[in-house]
Design a protein around this ligand. Structure first.
Ligand SMILES: NC(=O)c1ccc[n+]([C@@H]2O[C@H](COP(=O)([O-])OP(=O)(O)OC[C@H]3O[C@@H](n4cnc5c(N)ncnc54)[C@H](O)[C@@H]3O)[C@@H](O)[C@H]2O)c1
Ligand SMILES: O=C(O)[C@H](O)COP(=O)(O)O
Length: 401
């Protein structure tokens, strides 16, 4: 088994992976160089951070069966192409959420006190207490969290300690216990959140549907003097519309992600923070704490170990989530050919199997197979299975609709 790591990854994690197989560490690889490196190494498993994984890259190594995103967002990987090729894509949900939440609070506090501007003036020898002694203070202000996933919840935990009132919006009703535990109120929709918030912080994944979720109209709807914090993904916010609103003095903004940002570690990048003073900005470092990188590394190792040892992919993001209409539970003696016999019987009925698992009981004499499908087998087929001398019990279950 060969693992190609095409981004920065801790030495400790590389060492553990090295015990499972060969590890090729190429953190310098760009999206353009990735296909050739995959073709050359014939990697079975690819580990990436923000490096873009295109369909060409996925096709370059025939044995490639798993791509692990050493982070949260998977929009940089062509998951549709991976699904067509039967390649698993997995991520590490929540493992860098605290780091992003800490940066979010850092941006909120820095903007309120204008810490960056005050520092720059002091560095140039100017004492300007008159100008910088005018913060609003956070206590009692309302923070609107767009999305209520792993990062937003960690932001809520920290923001509560600063006395902020918390709102969120989502596509679906959020469990009341979850909201209550975080001291958050769910409002009807994004518009209601923008109307009521002094600070808006964006924590949703990038997708076609979320492209410019915070566009010119949403920016215009924010309260005059409000602050927008964006640490999710370039493209969720319309950077141009935001820059105009900040330039006009209506809003302030704290950004960690940008439209068209470079994928690598160092590059020239003309960006909206350049000419707009009330934008505080960091170069996509939300996840870049030692703590988060170590948690991510442990999770990547866990995912790969489980895949190699048991074929189980934790946090796969490109599986068919639809619950099959029927499942057949067959308890049987653990003998060669029993499972093949069950599958042959289903094949004769032209039943297309969707999922299958088989668990062996202690002692190794009996096992339990669960097979899922959309179309029910006939009573005769079930009876034939029940009559099999190595089958102990057969139960057909229909999913609730
Ligand atoms: N700046 C960084 O370094 C950094 C680090 C980690 C993650 N991220 C980005 O942050 C995103 C969120 O991370 P997370 O760990 O919280 O993910 P998550 O999957 O736990 O949470 C995202 C939530 O947003 C919700 N959502 C999606 N579209 C929505 C919409 N239009 N309106 C309201 N809710 C919506 C989803 O249902 C989900 O609950 C990631 O997808 C990634 O792009 C950035
Ligand atoms: O989605 C993520 O996990 C973050 O955007 C982190 O990206 P990075 O691993 O490139 O820092």
């Amino acid at each position: 088994m060969l693992v190609l790591i095409a981004d920065k990854f801790p030495a400790s994690g590389r060492e553990v992976l090295g015990r499972l197989g060969e590890v090729v560490y190429r953190p310098e690889l760009s999206a353009e160089q990735l296909p050739a490196a995959l073709a050359e190494t014939k990697a079975d498993i690819l580990v990436v951070r923000s490096t873009v994984v295109s369909e060409t890259a996925l096709a370059a190594s025939p044995p490639l069966s798993l791509v692990v995103r050493a982070g949260a967002g998977t929009n940089t990987i062509d998951t549709a192409a991976a699904s067509r090729r039967g390649i698993f894509v997995a991520n590490c949900p929540g493992k860098n959420a605290i780091a992003v939440a800490e940066l979010t609070m850092g941006l909120i506090l820095a903007l309120d006190r204008r810490i960056v501007d005050a520092t720059l003036e002091l560095r140039h020898g100017t004492w300007n207490k008159s100008k910088y002694g005018k913060a609003r203070g956070l206590k009692g202000q309302t923070l609107g969290l767009v999305g209520f996933g792993m990062i937003a919840r960690e932001v809520a935990v920290r923001a509560r300690a600063f006395g902020l009132k918390l709102l969120t919006c989502a596509h679906h009703p959020i469990a009341p216990e979850l909201l209550e535990a975080h001291g958050v109120v769910q409002v009807a929709d994004l518009g209601a959140l923008l109307d009521a918030s002094d600070i808006v912080s964006v924590h949703v994944p990038y997708s076609k549907a979320n492209h410019h979720l915070i566009g010119a109209d949403q920016i215009a709807r924010m309260r005059p003097g409000a602050t927008l914090i964006h640490t999710s993904r370039g493209g969720v916010v319309d950077d141009k519309a935001l820059a105009e609103a900040v330039r006009s003095g209506r809003l302030r903004a704290g950004l960690d992600v940008f439209e068209g940002e470079p994928a690598g570690g160092q590059a020239d990048f003309k960006n909206i923070a350049g000419d707009v003073g009330d934008i505080y900005a960091t170069p996509h470092i939300g996840a870049s704490t030692e703590q988060a990188e170590s948690a991510i590394s442990d999770e990547v190792v866990r995912i790969i170990e489980s895949f190699v040892a048991r074929g189980i992919v934790h946090h796969a993001v490109n599986l068919n989530e639809r619950v099959a209409r029927y499942s057949l539970v067959v308890r049987h003696l653990d003998r060669v050919g029993v499972l093949a016999g069950i599958l042959m019987a289903l094949r004769e009925e032209r039943v297309n199997v969707q999922g299958m698992s088989n668990t062996i009981f202690a002692g190794g004499e009996a096992a339990c197979a669960t097979i899922t499908f959309e179309q029910a087998p006939s009573d005769e087929c079930l009876q034939r299975l029940r009559d099999h001398e190595a089958i102990l019990a057969v139960e057909l279950r229909a999913a609730r609709t």
